[in-house]
Design a protein around this ligand. Structure first.
Ligand code: A3P
Ligand code: MG
Ligand code: MG
Length: 382
């Protein structure tokens, strides 16, 4: 063929998918990521209703060593697994924009930042961790409206059912994580009381922080749960604390497994600007053994050169290419179109536009445009 151009078919292929990155060498150019700054916080109450207050904010206390993480398991009020809708984040963002308008001296000089990406933190963690994900694929619903990419996780009915049908063992292990949170927190700041059980577990209750950050030159808005704060809450992310449990490390292969797990701990915390992670190590039967403080910023150095090592610059460079790929693929006038973006471990990313019937399934008959709530869409178009 003339001028050595690749055949059309091949060009289409490369535009339709994003191949898995190489893990063998660090990228030569790493996109900058801006330190996240908080724009607002909110709470989900015991019925999982969103409230613009800090009623669900908890304060860190030292957990008692030897604590039984299975304590009060039968009292657990467990929020059912559901599709991670973006609605709550949009409610918060809309509220934030209104406070900007209200505090502005003149309606014409409101500086609402241009946003390129908006999603919950869990999704961004999955995107950035993808280069090292060997087992679990994921699917996103994606829309691009007025220059902003919105991401929502897509769970098929089968996958959702699978999540809700945990084995008793999985369910108990999941409870251990929440019980650790309860032992580590109080609802009063500077609580000097003896450490102990902090209160029964109701996983409807969550305190969330919405932050703005930047990946390369893209403005990104992310919301996510913050487990607690150290001392008193200052309105900054400086004393946010992430709580985690993990099986006690007994040998080299446990250690390698833990080092691998640290990638998710790291990304999850780093994306919201959470500077410290408290890990509670436990026995297989849920007894708290030791507690270790990890400084988020130091984690990459901790794993460097180890058997379970990973390199955060590979994740950031991949994240940048992922967003570049989507911005090119899902063009700016796509409006109410919904795209399905799928990740397969060791293969990569594909993106296809959904047809109308498929979009209708995505929204479950609620008043939505694509997967965005109608009220939010109307606000954007006003
Ligand atoms: P651990 O991470 O300590 O096991 P988070 O760490 O994000 O604050 O989540 C709190 C707890 O929710 C976790 O504690 C775990 O018990 C539970 N959890 C989170 N993601 C889960 C998942 N995909 N499946 C089962 N449980 C999960
Ligand atoms: Mg949490
Ligand atoms: Mg946690």
């Amino acid at each position: 063929p003339e001028s050595g151009r690749p055949p059309v078919k091949q060009r289409l292929d490369s535009a339709d998918s994003l191949p898995y990155p190489s893990l063998s060498s660090s990228p030569s150019k790493v996109p900058a990521i801006q330190r996240p700054s908080p724009i607002l916080t909110f709470s989900y109450n015991s019925d999982h209703v969103l409230e613009f207050n800090d009623s669900a904010l908890r304060y860190y206390v030292e957990p008692p060593r030897g604590a039984d993480l299975g304590f009060h398991y039968e009292k657990w009020i467990k929020r059912p697994e559901e599709r991670g809708r973006i609605d709550g984040l949009l409610t918060a963002w809309s509220r934030f924009k209104k406070t900007l308008h209200a505090s502005s001296p003149s309606p014409s000089v409101v500086n609402v930042p241009d946003v390129n990406v908006m999603c919950w933190r869990g999704i961004m963690t999955k995107i950035l961790a993808a280069p090292y994900e060997e087992r679990d694929g994921w699917d996103l619903n994606v829309m691009l409206v007025k220059g902003t990419l919105y991401f929502e996780e897509h769970l098929s009915d089968a996958k959702l059912e699978e999540k809700n049908e945990m084995t008793p063992r999985q369910r108990l292990q999941s409870y251990y994580g929440y019980a650790f949170e309860s032992y580590c927190t109080t609802s009063q700041p500077d609580s000097q009381g003896a450490p102990g059980w902090g209160g029964d577990v109701n996983t409807n209750v969550q305190w969330c922080s919405v932050v703005k950050t930047k990946l390369a030159d893209r403005r990104v808005i992310i919301g996510g749960e913050v487990d607690c704060v150290r001392g008193t809450y200052s309105g900054k992310t400086d004393n946010y604390v992430e709580l985690k449990t993990s099986l006690s490390i007994r040998n080299a292969s446990d250690e390698a497994r833990f080092e691998k797990k640290l990638l998710k701990f790291y990304l999850q915390s780093f994306l919201l600007g959470v500077p410290e992670i408290i890990v509670g190590f436990r026995t297989p039967s849920g007894r708290l053994t030791t507690v270790q403080l990890l400084r988020t910023a130091e984690i990459p150095r901790l794993v460097r050169g180890k058997p379970g090592a990973w390199d955060p610059s590979i994740c950031l460079e991949w994240g940048d290419r992922f967003l570049t790929f989507l911005q090119a693929k899902v063009d700016s006038d796509s409006g109410r179109q919904v795209w399905r973006v799928s990740f397969k471990p060791r293969v990569g990313i594909t993106a296809v536009m959904l047809n109308e019937a498929e979009v209708a399934e995505v929204v479950n008959g609620e008043e939505h445009v694509g997967f965005l709530p109608r009220w939010y869409w109307d606000e954007l178009m006003a």
